[in-house]
Design a protein around this ligand. Structure first.
Ligand code: NAD
Ligand code: ZN
Length: 355
């Protein structure tokens, strides 16, 4: 079961399967001088040994375990990982293995993109959310002032998605990952959208999950192949992220998960879409689904102007005007620019609706 993604520099396969973490050495085709596995404390405790053993027996297999969570996606970890790479003697023929969720994927990918001006890396995603982050080649770290503002486009050599690892995910992380799946469904797949609305996350079956993940990856792959460097249609993948990223930075990284922030951001995008296009889109349905599945949807004591300042740092902002992705209807996204006043009105109205 293999999908191939075209990027400007090379094509890379996405393998999806059960227990394929034990098969790494066969799936990684090239030979490398050494390996650096980057993972976090949670994932390391569960899967580091499997991955190490599956690469082979060699004293050239190193690892670094960093604290779990969004707070690790920063310049300090980035620098410390470079230091480790040098101390372990990595060279231009070394491979970095990103073993974990989107935080590890983005951080380890950015280290790979910059170490000695760029070395190979592979993604070994272990969260539902990382079906999204491991594909498409965006790598980044956060700045205090804004999310993902330091980064690059740098594609992995392969993505090895062992869906068995998802069995150990806590419900909170299942929720978080489904926020990105709903985003993809809203952008491109009405049927997937309806199917997710029928799904209860606390009784999610393995086969349903894998079906949803494959569809999500397919949607993502198609969009990034069309517009790798986000000059046009890739911007649509930011649905829910203008407010979402603003919330993450304003509340402090890790206060809520990325997916929780995106869930609120998606609701806001639907709220504004319905006001702008005066249609009956999907706000109510999505709101109730999030509510039933116990997504945290309240926003307390928010300084709306501080939030707007964060949103202005978004990479879509042009000439100080904030851009949002809206939906005219499902599968029909559209970019719209807003002035401060209008957006402030919308945010204030939205927050009071939630609370
Ligand atoms: P994460 O990497 O922090 O993982 C979430 C939590 O789950 C962590 O505590 C982790 O230790 C734990 N975990 C991971 N795998 C596990 C497993 N199999 N079993 C048990 N616990 C496990 O967060 P995430 O939600 O995977 O990723 C969020 C990040 O992804 C954000 O920084 C976001 O900006 C980024 N992102 C990037 C892109 C992109 O295109 N590059 C796209 C979407 C999101
Ligand atoms: Zn996201």
């Amino acid at each position: 079961k293999k999908l191939s993604i075209k990027s400007s520099s090379h094509s890379y396969p996405v393998y999806i399967g059960e227990n394929i973490r034990f098969n790494l050495s066969n799936l990684v085709r090239k030979s490398y001088s050494s390996f650096l596995i980057i993972t976090d404390e949670n994932v390391g405790g569960l899967y580091l040994d499997d991955v190490k053993q599956s690469i082979g027996i060699s004293d050239n297999i190193h690892h670094v375990v960093i604290p779990a969570g969004e707070q690790s996606k920063n310049i300090q970890s980035f620098y410390a990982l470079h230091t480790k790479a040098m101390e372990y003697g990595l060279d231009r023929n070394s491979l970095i293995i990103a073993l974990g969720g989107g935080v590890i994927g983005d951080l380890a990918g950015f280290v790979a993109a910059t170490f000695m001006r760029g070395i190979d890396y592979i993604q070994v995603p272990t969260t539902i959310l990382a079906h999204d982050s491991s594909v498409g080649g965006k790598v980044a770290i956060n700045h205090e002032l804004g999310k993902n503002l330091i980064g690059n486009f740098y594609s992995p050599r392969s993505v090895i998605y062992d869906v068995t690892t998802l069995h150990t995910l806590p419900l909170k992380e299942i929720r978080s990952g489904y926020a990105e799946l709903i985003k993809e469904a809203l952008l491109a797949d009405q049927e997937l959208f309806q199917d997710i609305l029928q799904t209860n996350l606390d009784s999610l079956s393995n086969s349903k999950l894998i079906e949803h993940l494959k569809k999500g990856i397919h949607i993502k792959a198609k969009i990034v192949e069309q517009d790798e460097r986000e000059t046009g249609s890739r911007k649509y993948l930011n649905l829910g992220h203008t407010l979402g990223h603003g919330l993450e930075a304003e509340l402090g990284y890790g206060a809520i998960t990325h997916g929780e922030a995106v869930a609120i951001g998606l609701l806001f995008a639907l709220y504004v879409s319905e006001k702008e296009f005066s249609n009956n889109l999907a706000f109510e349905n999505v709101f109730h689904w999030f509510h039933r599945n116990q997504y945290p949807l309240h926003i307390q004591n928010m300084d709306v102007n501080a939030l707007l300042d964060r949103m202005r740092l978004d990479k879509k902002t042009l000439m100080q005007r904030i851009q949002m992705i809206l939906l005219k209807k499902i599968s029909e996204p559209q970019i719209m620019e807003f002035d401060n006043y209008k957006l402030e009105q919308y945010i204030t109205g939205f927050i009071s609706y939630l609370n």
